[in-house]
Each structure stands twice: as C-alpha cells, then as structure tokens.
Design a protein around this ligand. Structure first.
Ligand code: HEM
Length: 437
C-alpha cells in the first residue's frame, strides 16, 4: 500500500541523478576520451612493480634499525606479528642501507605522477552509485577505500617527512609503518583481482591497435566516457606526460645520493643543502645547535667517555682515546630521509677494542650508546654484537684527516658499516657493553 508510487519515485529520482551529467555520480560527467582499460592497466602494471619495491625496501629499512634488539631502537613497539620478518642487520656490504633507503625515497617520489594518473584514470569508479549493491560489493568498495586512502596516506607522510622533518602528531615511524601494512594488504587484494584483466587489456590493445588517439569503444568498460570530448592528446602522449613528470621528479631527487649531483637535488632539502667545504664538508642531519650541545660540555677538559661493562667502568678523555690503537674505515653516512654521502675516511678506536677494555676480550656483545644530545630522536641507540665486532666499526675522532667538527659529533661519534645514519650516534657520552636497555 503506497509503496509502489514511492519506490517508483525513488527509482525515477535515482535514474535522474545517474543521468544528470552535471554530477560526478553520472558516467556522462566524465568526458575525457583518454580514460579506459588500456590507460589504467599500463599505469597499474607500473605501480605493481614500483609499489612492491617500495614496500620491500621500506620493510628492510625498518629491519636496519634492529628494532627487536632494544626498545630504544624501536619506534613501533606495538607491531606484534608485523615484526615476524625481522632479522639481524648485517654490516656487509657497507653501502647496503645507502642503496635500500636511497631507492625507497627516490622511487617513492618518482612514482607520484604515476599514482596520481592512476587515480585520475579510475576516478569515475569512485563515485559509482549505489555505493554497494551487495555484501561482496560493499567489501570490495571498503578495500578500495583502504587502497586509495592508504596510497595517499603513505605517499603524503613519506613526502612530508623528507620535506619538513617530523611534522606529524606523534611519531612518523608508526604512522608510516602501520599505514604501509594496511595499504599493502589492500594493494595485494586489488592486484590479485586486476592483474589478469590488466594483462588481457594490454594484449587486446596490441591486437586491436588501440594505441591510436581514437576513444576506446564505449562498450569496452565502464571507465570509458559514454559522451567523450574530442581528444586533444593521444593516450600514448598522456603516458609520455606522466613519464616525463616522473623523470623530472627523479632527476631533481636522485642527486641527494651522489656527491657530484647534490646541487641537482632540488626536491631533497635535507640532503641537498650545501654542507660547506673542507674535510668535514659533507651532509649532516642534526646540527650541534639543534641537538642542544654546548661547547662547555664537549671541551677537552670537561668531556669524558664512560665505557661500562662487567669488569667495571672506564672514563677516558679525548686525548686518552687518541692514544689507543687508531684505525681507519671508509664508510658513508646514509640517512632515513634518503640522502647519503660517498665513503668518508673515518679514524678512531674500534668498538670491539672499547669492549675489550671492560671485560669482553674475545666476543664483543651488544652495546647501548648514549649521546649528550638533548633534542631529536635517537638520543640512545643500541648496536648488535655483529656490528660491534666488525673491525670497520669505530668510535671516530677524526674524519678525512681532521678532527670532527661539532656538527659531525665532536668529540667522538660512532660509525658502523651499513647502519642507518641515526644509529651512528654523535656526541657520544657513554657506552655500556652487554646491555641494550
Ligand atoms: C596505488 C595503487 C593503486 C591504486 C590506488 C588503484 C586504484 C584503483 C581504483 C580505485 C580502481 C577502480 C576500482 C574498480 O572499479 O575496480 C582501479 C581499477 C583498476 N586497477 Fe588499480 N589501483 C592501484 C594499483 C593497481 C595495480 C598494481 C594494478 C595491476 C596491474 C591495477 C589495475 C587495475 C585495473 C585493470 C583496474 C580496472 C580498470 C577497468 O575497469 O577496466 N591497479 N584501481
């Protein structure tokens, strides 16, 4: 009773809403002749490769902190089973972190135009009505929400971190880490569903010569505009445009990892800043002033390194440290923000020789390193036994033949092969061997 006319009205209203090409919920609203399965599929396949590499390099970067070694290294302590894959971070090859994080950040920036183009190519589908036709459809739409939201969240947090340093409410690390898992789960589900279609679309396009500027047949898929505007660029041209954008971002980012190209890294403010000249003229992240280090506490007369272990505690001035056997290592600094330096020549005391001073003559253990630093993350950092044992791991006093400058960690800093920059603690005050908490 009365239901017929009401539901009839609702149906008619729904039809009007869908047919009204002034609304994005109507297919007629979307007029670009470029949209279609081929364009979406090409971009999807590029993202399939690129985002998989991003995810793997991101997880590897997290493992590089040895978060399972000590709470002071772990910025995502509630990770639970998400830490299932963690492994002891090696010290070989010494450029491992430099490569991993350089690829992660540079590739992330380079993929931005591809992601935006992919979202543009499927945007009509995000407005489809009704929002859910069935339970299965509702689940699919929720997974798409996680996919699109996750992608935007991961790319935005990553870029903001590199560009503006720590601007988030709470720490960047848990946001980016948990966000990556949510995003990647939705990504895998989407890829499993769409890869066969993407491959089919490309095959069909090759067979039918669909790379011409002509619009795809309206019957092909819902993505194709039912009333397309005349084309102003071919699909291939549009792809070149996206590729050109990616190339531009790549060219203005990649220089952050190479000394000679650093000035070209316009989009990498931290790694790109001019570090000055001379032996200490290479990149830093935190200055002594930012970290709250005063000249009075690092003064030759005031500063003492405290080394503690089972056989007691030793206090050493910088002059006393210089009288211990000194060794040299050529190692880079590689920052989580993606920039890195070429190998620098560091000179100092081997970490394992310091362990021997306090009772570990043979098998050096893990160590907790504490800094004088007052501001910024990683005031404390733990290193694993394999890092301490490596003969290239030093408490450095000199770099490139000169004493460290305050910004590089004077009076003494840690330098370990393949470790993320922040684990190479500067302004070291205390080292406790056999303890990491
Ligand atoms: C950041 C990653 C990605 C995002 C945000 C994304 C987003 C989307 C969205 C929102 C849709 C429309 C949903 C639908 O109606 O099914 C879609 C469709 C599609 N995606 Fe993705 N996608 C991504 C990665 C991929 C990957 C890795 C592939 C695999 C090759 C892929 C291939 C496709 C295909 C073939 C379609 C259907 C196009 C059609 O209707 O013919 N996408 N994507």
């Amino acid at each position: 009773m009365g239901r017929g006319p009401v539901s009839g009205c609702a149906a008619a209203y729904g039809r009007i809403m869908r047919d009204d090409s002034r609304l994005p919920t109507s297919p007629g609203f979307w007029r670009s002749p470029l949209r279609g399965p081929w364009f979406t599929s090409v971009l999807g396949l590029v993202l399939l490769l690129g985002i998989t590499v991003l995810f793997v390099t991101g997880l590897v970067s997290y493992a590089a902190y040895n978060p399972d070694l000590s709470p002071v290294n772990d910025k995502t302590p509630d990770k639970g089973i998400l830490g299932f894959y963690l492994f002891s971070w090696p010290t070989h090859p010494h450029w491992l972190y430099r490569l991993d994080q350089g690829v992660h950040v540079t590739l992330g920036v380079t993929l931005i135009p591809v992601l935006l183009a992919k979202l543009w190519s499927v945007v009509p589908r995000l407005f489809t009505l009704p929002p859910a036709r069935s339970v299965a459809h509702a689940l699919e739409r929720i997974s798409l929400l996680l996919l699109v939201g996750g992608a935007l969240f991961e790319f935005t947090t990553g870029v903001l971190n590199v560009q503006l340093d720590y601007v988030f409410p709470g720490s960047f690390y848990p946001l980016h880490f948990y966000g990556a898992w949510v995003f990647f789960a939705a990504f895998v589900a989407h890829a499993v569903l769409k890869v066969p279609a993407a491959v089919r679309n490309l095959r069909r396009a090759r067979e039918e010569g669909e790379l011409r500027p002509a619009p795809e047949p309206a019957s092909a898929r819902e993505l194709v505009a039912p009333h397309p505007d005349p084309p102003t660029v071919s699909r291939r041209g549009a792809l070149w445009f996206v590729g050109g954008g990616s190339l531009l971002l790549f060219a203005t980012t990649v220089g952050q990892s190479f000394d000679g190209l650093r000035r070209t890294a316009l989009l990498a403010p931290h790694g790109g800043a001019d570090p000055g000249s001379g032996p200490n003229g290479f990149q830093i992240n935190k200055t002594a002033a930012y970290a709250g280090i005063t000249a009075a506490e690092t003064d030759e007369g005031a500063w003492r390194l405290v080394v503690a272990g089972p056989s007691g505690t030793v206090r050493l001035s910088r002059a006393e440290l210089s009288e211990l056997p000194l060794h040299s290592s050529a190692l880079p600094i590689a920052c989580v923000e993606g920039w890195s330096t070429s190998d620098q020549w560091w000179r100092g005391v081997r970490l394992r020789d310091l362990a021997a001073l306090v009772g570990y003559e043979d098998d050096p253990p893990d160590v907790l390193v504490e800094s004088l630093q007052r501001r910024g993350a990683f005031r404390h950092a733990a290193l694993r036994a394999n890092q301490v044992a490596d003969p290239r791991s030093l408490l450095a006093l000199f770099v490139n033949g000169e004493p460290l400058t305050p910004d590089h960690g004077y009076p003494a800093r840690v330098i370990v092969p393949a470790a993320p920059g922040v684990l190479n603690t500067k302004w070291v005050a205390r080292m406790t061997f056999g303890e990491t908490r």
